[in-house]
Design a protein around this ligand. Sequence first.
Ligand code: FHN
Length: 486
Amino acid sequence: MKNIIIFIFCGILLGSLQAQTVKRASMPLEHGAHRTGPRTDDAMQKWRENGLGQFIHWGVYAIPGGHWNGETYRGAAEWIRSWNKMPKADYDNLYKQFNPKSFNAKQWAKQARDMGARYMIITTKHHDGFCLWPSRYTGYTIAATPYGKDIIGELVDAYNAEGIDVTLYFSIIDWNHKGYRSSPPKTDGEKAAYEEFKQFTRNQLIELLANYPTAKGLWFDGTWDEAWIQQAPWVDELETELRAMRPGLVIGSRFRADDHGKRHYDSNGDLLGDYDQTWERNMPGKIEELNGVDWDCVMTIPENQWGYHSDWSLTYVKKPYELIEMIVKAVSMNGNFVLNFGPDGNGNIRPEETHIAKEIGAWMKVNSEAIYGCKNSPWEKQDWGYYTQKGDNKLYLTVFNQPLNGQVRVKVPKCKDDQKVMIVEKAYFLADRKAATVKNAGRDKYGNIYYDIDSPAVKSGSPYVVVLEIKEVNKEERDNYQQAII
Ligand code: FHN
């Protein structure tokens, strides 16, 4: 019964996470968004240009790996403590066994770099409250395990050494803290305990920023409880304090609610935080669903497993091909794609994840120019795949659906200045820089011009990229440029 309730709850939660095109309003808010429109500073620009990230869910839940007493938990492995067949006391003592002998932060970081990740998000503390860093504010940390060393410190150093930025995931839900609760406190005793929990949360966040001065962001989770939502003024103040501590800090839309309990977008429809965090295991269909904001998509490889679950046969497991498509799709709509890994209790990244990381890495090695620093293109999406664009002049066509006739058709947008036309100066395949032949494919009744790019069927079955270098020129100059177009 309890399981059913958890599943229903997760369903409702995901439903409420799904962003909608936001309705605009205008009302005075004390704790609404503090900025309208995207951030323009360098730190945010760097975040935006990352394109691909890695998420790691790791904690004591990796020890049972989705099983207890010979039974299999079918929910998300990191939630196993909430399963009625998992005695809480047993779970809360698992840390005494946490001794990941195979853990090698440098190997994880190298694998992430080889995959093409430019940033990573690590669970410093998940809902169970277990801290992967030696927090001064609780005994329930890595310091109390046989392993003993600061895992967050090891990871930050190793990833930074590979040129990868680190963002710290932090769950507000903390099942281990006696003052934590989901519903608003009512009695004086409950209120005092909740105040203690708030102070504890603040202390831990300050501690994390102080301990890891290179961390670029905080990725909040577990902020949907009514008790937390009602703390909007206090959380707003805390966010200001954290941002003051670390100029450039990137914080998404999951941290705080507004004056009226609205999350992600305030009551005026403005984004709370620096980017929209509603796209969990989900992707927008088109850019219009995105309200013009920055966003990330965090994605699991199986359907809903973040932490280590030894049995991946229970759900569909995504293939490298579709994950690569998700990366390109996210960037084509101005988002970052973050792929989750759940190492086991010994610190091994499972072979299936390693395989996927390698496949993505092999693709990124050839094609990452179409990902890093790229954004949405005004060229109209066609069925063969996705456009991404760098600056005003470089267009990348990543082809996933190879047309049977070997012609990749593009619809050339009209220029704002009607004395100008858009021309293709250069066309080539990204993999080998060999020139691509561009052919005139006529016009439609609205005067839109089409070109076909000769693109022989690709034998490898791997999505490929065609680069178009484009330029707006005066109409009379067109022929000087377009002799190459047959
Ligand atoms: O409940 C968690 C879940 O375990 C996982 O950490 C994901 C990652 O985005 N966040 C929560 C559900 O939204």
